[in-house]
Design a protein around this ligand. Structure first.
Ligand SMILES: C=C(O[C@@H]1C=C(C(=O)O)C=C[C@H]1O)C(=O)O
Length: 94
């Protein structure tokens, strides 16, 4: 494989990652509807821990640096929470 081939593979993965991040954020809408119905807060620390622990566990099985994976998932959770606030009309972003 040439370096261009490897960079093309990395680009393909990067595009998939961004698509997956977008899909994950899109579920903010569905989650928010349930939360409004059940009068639940947007941030749920118990569920945040479930998501983080699961990601750390998978990362460890795959031999990845779990500290970095934890940071990535904290950002993903933050993105979802921010989108829920935006959808509630409480956000700063457009
Ligand atoms: C998506 C949810 O809302 C928030 C975002 C979470 C996430 O991005 O995984 C998890 C818990 C909540 O703080 C949820 O409650 O499941």
């Amino acid at each position: 494989m040439t370096i261009e081939n490897v960079r093309q593979e990395i680009e393909n993965i990067d595009r998939e990652l961004v698509e997956l991040i977008a899909k994950r954020v899109e579920f903010a809408d569905d989650i928010l509807k349930y939360k409004h119905q059940a009068n639940l807060p947007i941030n749920d620390d118990t569920q945040n821990n479930v998501v983080i622990d699961r990601a750390v566990s998978i990362a460890t099985e795959r031999g990845l640096d779990s500290t970095v994976v934890k940071q990535i998932f904290n950002l993903l959770i933050q993105m979802n929470i921010e989108r829920q606030h935006e959808l509630s009309g409480e956000g700063n972003l457009p």
